[in-house]
Design a protein around this ligand. Structure first.
Ligand code: SAJ
Length: 409
């Protein structure tokens, strides 16, 4: 039996996928309310295909419990934030989950950490906890690291089709864990050691962060000298070995905007491009704000409250607002403004700001300048409603034919 610990964006789809492919699974979370909702059959976040998968898993007998279970395998998928001052990984959630697991784990159980962790985390934080509790590693308890790679917005497809990495320092444990993931994973499953698995996951997200930073830096250069960054990227990408990503209002989410910091924190003085990329991406909300001031001046708008933010999530077609560029922008504006700007996102149904609006027409009625922050399909489809507005399109969704008073980054 597999006990999946942490039923968030990663743990829940993984638990459902395993259960619907014949693995006996119990899902556990410290959030009793989340467990109660799952037990009632309520899906706890929006994701393409998740509801169907949930039903399939329920039909296959998945159970949810606030209590840790006696299981052969534990899959730990809990948050791994970074400490904002040291930039190092905060392993406290992983350590707490492992401690709880150890209270019930039978002899020979394997603890698989799925959460993204910096290289050496299992050696530095997890193994000592296991030893301190009196367990002999490799005899009483085994450990593996199986970092996930799924992209929000296409999680269910990617869970099934992406290649996976399994890091285990005992080859037989790697093989054992491979068979569990092979129940549903059709991609290649690569076995390696724990530290390589830890590092390769962080490297993958850092690679993307650096590439987005390059696109964002190009946007700033092109803006300063009146060039069209999107056209330039399109032309350059015709080269067979060039593939530049898209500039945007910043990098959000719990992965790409977080993981590179682990390397900056652990390897100070060595992680130089990585640090520069983080700074460029973090500067983008301020850059959007500069563009807003330029556009306001050009159009004679003096009242910032007539400026609205369309989109709050960290990227298109998801309901996740963690570290989102819109929140970063509102945070930096809070220093200058008495009240935050009107803000609307079709995916965000709970109130986070007083100035938040829950209906597009009401939102548009009160603003002259709309800053499009996210590329939701629903926003793309609303070009006609934006036609009469001045629009700063930070995601390159629209053309001048669709919106005449259109501005880009
Ligand atoms: N973004 C841009 N320009 C781009 C691409 C993305 O500005 O060209 C922005 C997005 O709008 C968003 C942020 O970057 O704010 C991150 O979004 P993303 O779609 O690049 O990635 P995530 O954070 O949703 O998921 C990443 C993925 N990692 C990689 O692609 C290397 C995913 O495969 C990982 O599983 C996930 O992190 C994770 O959990 O680590």
């Amino acid at each position: 039996m597999v006990n999946v610990v942490g039923l968030g964006y990663i743990g829940l789809p993984t638990a459902l996928m395993m259960a619907s492919h014949g693995v006996e699974v119990v899902g556990t979370d410290y959030d009793a309310d989340r467990i109660a909702r799952l037990q009632r059959g309520e899906i706890v976040f929006e994701e393409e295909g998740l509801a169907d998968l949930f039903h399939a898993a329920l039909d296959s007998g998945i159970r949810f419990s606030a209590d840790y279970q006696q299981a052969d395998i534990y899959i730990v998928a809990v948050p791994t934030p970074y400490d904002k001052s040291s930039k190092k990984l905060d392993a406290s959630y992983v350590v707490a989950a492992v401690k709880n697991v150890l209270q019930v784990a039978p002899k020979g159980a394997v603890i698989v950490v799925e959460s993204t962790i910096s290289p050496g985390t299992i050696d530095r934080y997890v193994k000592p906890v296991i030893r301190e509790q009196g367990f002999e590693l490799g005899v009483d308890i085994h450990i593996a690291h199986a970092p996930e790679r799924i992209i929000p917005g296409n999680m269910i497809y990617e869970l099934k089709h992406n290649s996976r990495t399994i890091g285990a320092d005992e080859p037989a444990v790697g093989e054992r864990i491979r068979t569990v993931y092979a129940s549903f994973c059709e991609g290649e499953i690569v076995l390696t050691d724990i530290k390589t698995a830890e590092m390769s996951k962080v490297v993958e997200n850092t690679f993307r962060d650096i590439n987005i930073a390059f696109a964002n830096e190009l946007a700033k250069i092109c803006r300063s000298d009146n060039m069209d960054v999107y056209e330039i990227i399109k032309v350059a990408n015709k080269h067979p070995r060039v593939n530049i990503l898209q500039p945007g209002p910043g990098v959000g989410g719990h992965c790409i905007s977080v993981d590179p910091w682990f390397l900056v924190g652990d390897y100070p003085g060595l992680a130089n491009i990585i640090l520069a990329a983080r700074k460029i991406n973090d500067s983008m909300p301020e850059f959007v704000l500069e563009r807003v001031h330029e556009i306001m001046k050009e159009n004679g708008i003096t009242d910032l409250t007539r400026v609205g933010l369309y989109g709050m999530t960290y990227k298109e077609n998801v309901d996740d607002v963690r570290e989102s560029p819109t929140l970063q922008l509102l945070e930096s504006m809070a220093k200058h403004l008495a009240a935050p700007l009107p803000v609307y996102d079709p995916y965000v149904k709970t109130r986070m700001f007083d100035s938040q609006v829950f209906d597009l027409d009401t939102f548009l009625a009160d603003v002259d300048l709309v800053i499009v922050m996210v590329g939701h399909d629903e926003i793309k489809e609303n070009a006609d409603k934006l036609q009469s507005k001045i629009v700063l399109d930070t995601r390159n969704l629209f053309t001048r034919e669709q919106i005449s008073r259109l501005y880009k980054l």
